[in-house]
Structures are given as C-alpha cells and as structure tokens.
Design a protein around this ligand. Structure first.
Ligand code: TXA
Ligand code: MG
Length: 349
C-alpha cells in the first residue's frame, strides 16, 4: 500500500488535506494524525472493519481496546449510556486535552473497537489539527498510539513513518507533539473514579475537581498478582531494543555505579546509552549520553523520553542505564512508562 504523507501547519490553509483524510476514514481506511500527547493511528470508531485494520497495522492483540476521539461535547451522548456528573466536571476542566475517560458504551460502538468490553474510552484532544481531522472524519475516530505494538509511542511524524509506512493510507505530519506521553486514563464506571494510566493530568489535578481518587494498584508495581484495569497496561509496552535498567539512589552513587558498569560493558564491545539529566550529564563517561532535561522540569523529561528510547534503537544500543525520576506530579507518568520500558528492572545503589 502507498502511504500518502502530507505536512500540515495551519487548520484553515490545510482544509483540503483534512477533507482528503476524512474521506479516507469514512471509506474505512487508516490515517495517522498528531495530537498534543502522541501521534494516533485513526480509523472510523463505528466501523468494526476499521478497528480490525488498526489492530492488524499495529500488530496489536485485539483484546486491547481503542480510545474513541471526539471533537465536541455534543457528540459524546451517542456513544455512551450515561454521562456521570464526575465526567461532566472533568470534561469542563480538562477537555479538550490530555485526559481519557471510561464510560459504559452505547450500542452504536462496536465491540471490535472496545476489545470486547461493555465500556468505551473517550478523549477530546486539544491539538487543532486533530480536531479538524476528527470533524472531517465524521466525528468518531478510534485511535491507539501510531507505533508498532511494543515500540515507544511516536512523538513526531518521522517515527510514525518508521513504523507505519506502507501499512496505512495516510500520515498527517504536524511536526513534534507538545507533551510526548499518552493521556491520563480515568475510569468513571466504578463507584469511585480510578486512574488506570497516569499522564499529564495528574492525580492532584483530578482530585482538585473530584476529591479523593483511587489509583489502579497495578500501575507502578510489578507483582501485585492483579490484572491491570486498562487491558493495554498488561503488555510490555515501550520496549527499547537495548537492555534497560533504571538506577536509583543518591546522585553520586548512581553516577559511579553507571560508570563502572559502562566501563565493563564497553570493554566487552557493547554499546551503552545513558538516559541522564542536565544536572549529571557531564559526569558520565559512556560514549552515548542523552539528557532528558533538568530534574526540575518534568514536562521536558516527559517530552524527551520516547524520543531518546527511539534514538537508542536507531543507534542499536545494547545496554541502557537510566537515572530514576521523582514520582510527584507528572513524574508518576514518567516513572510508570520508564518502569514498563525497563520491564521493572531497577537497581538500588
Ligand atoms: O494520548 C493518548 O491517549 C493516545 C492518543 C493517540 O490519543 N492514545 C493512546 O492509545 O495512548 P493506546 O491505544 O496506545 O492506549 C489506550 C489505553 C490502553 O492501555 C487500553 O487498554 C486502554 O487505553 N483502554 C481503552 N479502552 C479501555 C476501556 N474501555 N477500559 C479500560 N481501558 C481501556
Ligand atoms: Mg499505545
């Protein structure tokens, strides 16, 4: 299949492009598009065949449900059974934006889109290009992240091309995304709202609207024995090619542990990459060092993490050592993704 690639810069100037992309979706095809979190791989959420195509293009297990993206609040009632007050409050506060909410689904949404579940995940992104595209596509776009299953989510169109060229009909290239980590997911179908996946909208921000919120216990720990409530969180996502370890402890000890390991591995001919912070970057002696930013700027670290993992893949790095990050605020989302990428391999020094 030939994949059309179109750069987009302005939602008005690019009206023609959105029209073409929308037609492709209405005809059952697939289009990758930018959102403020990561790139999405879109298909018609109400067409079972489109959802099946999405699973095939990603190589994703079909029990892992898709998020339905909408462009306006008026389109929500048709796809859900009811809109709880909690959802209205969160929509007022965070939509359009990087928050996904789980509802009981209506009959309009096929089981192929929800991975067989009676619930549906819905998000209204804030990226103007995403909104323009969703409108032209008929209002309901099912979209997982636009990566091959098991790869880091794409934060720029060039990574979508790496994974999806020849597998989908079109890629809308809107440059680098703003946030760089996937949306926060909140389940509003249980009695108490529960965070299933941490993201840019933090627990503290949600609690400011709703009061105390539960966290899915499986989120940060490896062996709780329970299945995660978001089916996708059970898979080892975001896996880099290299063997990734997170090193936790005081800065000096972390740096010296990593330097010793690096020296041993490089002596054996291995290629070692370090995910560092601005504060410590200069202290490492590995050949490949990438800083994710300053420890004090979580947003920067979130933005850089997937890019660095992808670059290490391109460089065929065989071992990766990452510093550990604070888990307050957005740090929780960063550590959740990093722990998954590392298969929970953490060294305490
Ligand atoms: O930021 C994002 O959310 C991006 C952009 C493209 O919007 N999308 C994204 O989709 O990250 P995906 O498919 O990579 O991750 C969706 C997650 C999966 O872990 C899935 O299991 C969970 O959402 N999910 C979807 N529907 C669900 C449902 N009904 N109940 C529980 N979890 C659900
Ligand atoms: Mg994903």
């Amino acid at each position: 299949m030939d994949t059309i690639i179109r750069e987009i810069s302005d939602t008005i100037e690019d009206a023609e492009t959105f029209l073409t992309a929308g037609e492709i979706i209405k005809n059952g095809g697939l289009v990758a598009f930018p959102t403020e979190t990561v790139y999405g791989l879109g298909g018609d959420a109400l067409n079972p065949a489109s959802s099946q195509k999405i699973y095939a293009a990603k190589g994703r297990p079909s029990d892992n449900p898709l998020i339905v993206h909408i462009a306006c609040m008026e389109d929500l009632p048709a796809i859900v059974k009811e809109i709880p007050d909690t959802a209205r409050k969160l929509a007022d506060a965070f939509w359009p934006g990087p928050l996904t909410m789980i509802f009981e689904k209506s009959d309009l949404v096929p089981k192929e889109t929800t991975g067989g579940l009676e619930t549906v995940a819905v998000r209204m992104p804030s990226d103007p290009a995403a909104l323009a595209f969703i409108k032209e596509a008929g209002g309901y776009v099912a979209a997982p992240s636009a990566n091959l299953s098991g790869k880091p989510s794409p934060t720029s169109a060039k990574y979508v091309e790496q994974d999806m060229l020849g597998r989908i009909d079109m890629i809308l290239d809107g440059g680098d995304v703003e946030i760089g980590l996937e949306s926060t997911i909140v389940d509003l179908t249980s009695e108490n709202p529960m965070i299933l996946r941490p993201g840019y909208v933090t627990k503290e921000m949600l609690e400011a609207e709703l009061g105390l919120i539960d966290l899915d216990k499986t989120m940060m720990n490896k062996d709780t024995g329970a299945a995660p409530k978001a089916p996708g969180m059970k898979y080892r996502h975001y896996a880099p090619k290299g063997d990734l370890s997170i090193v936790e402890g005081e800065d000096e000890k972390v740096v010296s542990y990593i330097n010793v390991q690096t020296a041993l591995l490089e002596a054996e001919g291995a290629k070692v990459g370090i995910i560092a912070t601005d504060e410590n970057q200069e202290k490492y002696c590995a050949k490949i060092i990438m800083s994710a930013g300053s420890k004090t700027r979580e947003e920067m670290i979130a933005h850089e993490l997937y890019r660095i993992l992808r670059e290490f893949d391109d460089l065929d790095v065989t071992y990766i050592y990452a510093e550990s990050f604070d888990t307050s605020g957005m740090g929780q989302a960063i550590m959740n993704r990093l722990l998954k990428a590392a298969g929970h391999k953490v060294v305490h020094v």
